[in-house]
Write a protein that binds this ligand. Structure first.
Ligand code: PGA
Length: 263
């Protein structure tokens, strides 16, 4: 039966807001209040990746198609890791998912693929849906190394993830040169790169997994680019930073992505 055991975590178009290190509890409440006023009803799944301190309070005020998650976690279950946070802590705070391997974590905190892989496995074991971020730098794209970079990030990041578990994972393609720069990747680049990610997944798993995995695009998604990118073949949702900080622009991206998912 196609997709029976490997059914993906999310079937509808998925919009993930990545607030990064923004919004106090008070600001998060204010955002949700304003967002609910401008957000029109939608079949899309809307997830908020918020700072740790906001998880519980945002979880308590959103309902329906909304889920709340974290932007990072440690792979250890507990112990002497000052400043770190464990999967179980996130779960009990109300998180259902966690972003893993964001390029800012890779760059500023020197996270490597092996560490990221341990986090993916721990998230799965703890019933948190991991959003594994991958993406090439500008120089890597110029050097025509994009596919090799993505293949390494995927094969190492997903090591030990079974074909049953992969259905619970979400992959976010975020070209580093497009993050926070205002330079969205063109629909052609997104389509081509998403296709090559699915080819890599087919080599790592099989054709069914490659087709079924929920694959997001992230990198300067805005109300301007959302409409065309949401219709781009192979795109199952967005991971949105800057434009998700403003309730109106986030709601607009969601509205412009209506009638979507070509799978
Ligand atoms: P951006 O961030 O939308 O501001 O480019 C995306 C991300 O880093 O997830």
């Amino acid at each position: 039966m196609p997709g029976k055991s490997k059914k993906r975590a999310v079937r509808s178009f998925l919009q993930v807001a990545n607030w990064k290190m923004n919004k106090t509890i008070r600001e998060a409440h204010e955002f949700i209040k304003q967002f609910m006023q401008v957000h029109t009803s939608s079949n899309q799944a809307i997830w908020f990746a918020v700072p740790f301190t906001d998880i519980r309070s945002v979880h308590d005020i959103v309902q329906g198609n909304f889920e709340v998650g974290a932007q990072n976690m440690n792979d250890a279950t507990s112990g002497a890791y000052t400043g770190e946070i464990a999967a179980q802590m996130l779960l009990e705070a109300g998180a259902t998912f966690v972003i893993v391997g964001h390029s800012e974590r890779r760059k500023y905190f020197h996270e490597d693929d092996a560490f990221i892989n341990r986090k993916v496995l721990r998230a799965l074991e703890s019933s948190l849906k991991p959003i594994l971020c991958i993406g090439e730098t500008y120089d890597e794209r110029e050097d025509k190394a994009t596919e090799a970079v993505l293949e390494k990030q995927l094969s190492e990041g997903l090591k030990g993830v079974s074909s049953e578990q992969i259905g619970t994972c979400i992959i976010a393609y975020e070209p580093v040169w497009a993050i926070g720069t205002g330079k969205t990747a063109t629909p052609e680049i997104v389509e081509e790169t998403h296709a090559s990610i699915r080819n890599i997944l087919e080599k790592l798993y099989d054709a069914e997994v490659a087709k079924e995995v929920c694959l997001l695009y992230g990198g300067s998604v805005s109300a301007v680019s959302a409409q065309v990118l949401s219709k781009t073949p192979g795109v199952d949702g967005f991971l949105i930073g800057t434009a998700s900080l403003d309730p109106e622009s986030f709601a607009k991206i969601i509205a412009l992505s209506e009638n979507d998912l070509a799978i």
